[in-house]
Design a protein around this ligand. Structure first.
Ligand code: NDP
Length: 395
């Protein structure tokens, strides 16, 4: 029998909800590219329930305990005295969400002698040292597409929030003001602007599609060029690299995974090549942007605004300068954890566990690392190496 260690974010401060604002969530037939939704044999939760927090348990307890397995759920994940580190020693499977990542460093992987499978309940497995996973024969899998549209919607919201100066205007209302001039002195129309995406995979392409009706000029860069039909349909301009993309854009939005190629990509030099006053949105991973370079660029006016929901480490410490820098529209890492997305990635997690226990193959599109190498979606989008460095601050 297996031990499954599941790291989830804490329950709401006022306790696990007993009611929800909506009675149901829409039922999707398939994902935008035709990919099948998760197909577990059964689920033990109601779609629309809070599943990603400790008491939600991703709806897994009945299923796992019913088969005689042990499920340990905790949110205590950082540092050598954490429950995660203690329980990891004899765990067979680790489940973690990028919103509250259980960092699986090389040291932790080496100490976890029974560990065979690390599941990312969501998308983005950079919290696992993928190099160490390859070397130790660990399988890493994520629920590809489960929250891609959730993130794309959040991204469009953030672009509009920055360009229209929404958050400061909202704050004037709450403060009791009617300060039109204060609100509009930084407010523009998105129409006519040039928007560029770094990465045009599931999320990047969904953002481009959603922005098309805003009558903007759309640019993108990616390691693999999109079909010419898609480029024509959306009127896209392709750039071979990010260096030629950024000087042309009023808004740049990042949708590439964090891996050795993209870590620290948006540093002082690259941000310096952007148009003065451009907006930068990052819902991919915090470490793709140099923390202090972003702050300096906002202070100097080189950036007109910065928004996103990804930080490093997570949760971000109270002293993280992105909490207090000017002209930002940051949220905690929430874009991919809507109640709608949770239902999909909880079902996908169960599907992966069912395959693992039955000894049948995990869906190819869910795989990041398998049999000692990058596999499936991982082989397409990642490069070998580790992007978990610098974690001392998390503890
Ligand atoms: P995909 O794999 O579908 O797309 C990523 C794209 O980025 C691929 O087309 C890939 O290229 C491209 N890419 C990789 N490296 C580079 C590079 N150096 N320069 C330009 N493009 C590059 O992933 P998703 O769209 O589903 O997700 C993207 C990322 O978004 C995830 O890895 C994750 O980090 C983040 N994410 C964030 C969430 C949140 O809640 N904020 C939730 C879900 C994901 P190719 O494959 O063509 O080689």
């Amino acid at each position: 029998m297996a031990k499954i260690l599941c790291v989830l974010y804490p329950d709401p401060v006022e306790g696990y909800p007993s009611t929800y604002p909506r009675a149901d969530i829409p039922v999707l037939e398939h994902y935008a590219n035709g990919q099948m939704l998760p197909t577990p044999q059964a689920t033990d939760f109601t779609p629309g329930q809070l599943l990603g927090s400790v008491s939600g348990e991703l709806g897994l307890r009945k299923f796992l305990e019913g088969q005689g397995h042990t499920l340990v759920v905790t949110s205590d994940k950082d540092g050598p005295d954490s429950i995660f580190e203690r329980e990891l020693v004899d765990a067979d499977v680790v489940i973690s969400q990028p919103f509250w990542p259980a960092y699986l460093t090389a040291e932790r992987v080496a100490n976890a002698k029974n560990l065979k499978l690390a599941i990312t309940a969501g998308i983005g497995s950079d919290h696992v040292d993928l190099q160490a996973a390859m070397e130790h024969g660990l399988t890493v899998a994520e629920i590809t597409f489960s929250n891609s549209i959730s993130v794309a919607e959040h991204t469009v919201m953030m672009i509009l929030a920055l360009v229209r100066n929404y958050i400061p205007s909202y704050e004037w209302v709450v403060k009791g003001g009617w300060n039109i001039a204060d609100c509009v002195q930084r407010s523009y129309d998105l129409e006519g602007m040039t928007v560029g995406t770094v990465g045009a995979g599931r999320i990047g392409l969904a953002v481009l599609r959603r922005l098309k009706p805003f009558d903007v000029k759309l640019h993108y860069t990616d390691k693999h060029r999109l079909d010419r039909d898609v480029e024509r349909e959306l009127g896209l301009t392709y750039h071979e690299g990010v260096e030629s993309l950024v000087p042309t854009c009023d808004v740049v939005t990042i949708h590439a995974p964090l891996h050795p190629e993209t870590e620290g990509l948006f540093d002082e030099q690259l941000i310096g090549k952007m148009k003065r006053g451009a907006y930068l949105v990052n819902t991919a991973r915090g470490k793709i942007c140099d923390r202090d370079a972003v702050v300096r660029a906002l202070e100097s006016g080189q950036l007109g605004g910065y928004a996103g929901d990804v930080w490093f480490p997570e949760p971000a410490p109270l002293s993280h300068p992105w909490r207090t820098m000017p002209h930002h529209g940051m949220t905690p890492h929430t874009s991919g954890s809507t109640l709608s997305a949770q239902a999909r990635y909880a079902a996908g997690t169960r599907e992966i566990l069912e395959s693992f226990f039955a000894g049948t193959p995990i869906r190819e599109e869910y795989l990041i690392v398998d049999k000692g190498q990058l596999a499936g979606a991982g082989a397409h989008s990642y490069t070998p190496g580790n992007a978990t460095g610098g974690l001392e601050v998390a503890a």
